[in-house]
Design a protein around this ligand. Structure first.
Ligand code: GDP
Ligand code: MG
Length: 162
């Protein structure tokens, strides 16, 4: 079958908005309330002449095990089932303890892991995204899923990884 890219990250960082941006249509559920996308939803994506499956994850709400354990479990699942993983960070917040925990999980991945710094709606946030190199996942790709900024560069990197 076609290659699978799993999109992971904390609630409300803009995973579903980014998925919609990549799909070029509104399908993934975007909500102002964190943790609304239930479980995992797969979509057929097409970019640069290539077809791949996009898996939007949600359900990272803190349950009995807490947010970090739930995030780590989603990351493990993504590593096992996808061909590449995209970790989305909210650049307006920066790397949180949960982002660092999930990065630690993803650094063990034998599959490619890409890092998107989302919500970079204007240049003022660009300089801050360099600090995300510290997550040990390689180059942070600044994007604004809402406005479409630089998502082409991220997509090119994704296609190289798939
Ligand atoms: P998810 O929980 O990670 O799937 O996040 P959503 O895609 O549901 O988005 C959560 C909130 O962040 C929504 O209010 C979005 O409109 C907002 N959002 C997503 N991407 C961006 C962005 O690039 N810039 C800004 N300013 N807001 C964004
Ligand atoms: Mg979502």
């Amino acid at each position: 079958g076609q290659p699978v890219l799993a999109v992971v990250g904390r609630p409300n960082v803009g995973k579903s908005t980014l998925v919609n941006r990549i799909l070029g249509r509104r399908e993934a559920v975007v909500q102002d309330v964190p943790g609304v996308t239930r479980d995992r939803v797969a979509y057929d994506a097409y970019w640069g002449g290539r077809r791949f499956t996009l898996v939007d994850t949600g359900g990272w709400e803190p349950d009995a095990t807490g947010l970090q354990a739930s995030v780590a479990a989603q990351a493990e699942l993504a590593m096992q089932t996808a061909d590449a993983v995209l970790l989305v960070i909210d650049a307006t917040v920066g790397a949180t303890a949960t982002d660092e925990a999930v990065s630690k999980v993803l650094r063990r991945s034998k599959k490619p892991v890409l890092l998107a710094a989302n919500k970079v709606d204007d240049d003022r946030l660009l300089a801050d995204t360099a600090s995300l190199w510290s997550l040990g996942l390689g180059e942070p790709h600044p994007v604004s899923a809402l406005h479409g900024r630089s998502s082409g560069d991220l997509l090119d990197a994704i296609l190289k990884a798939l």
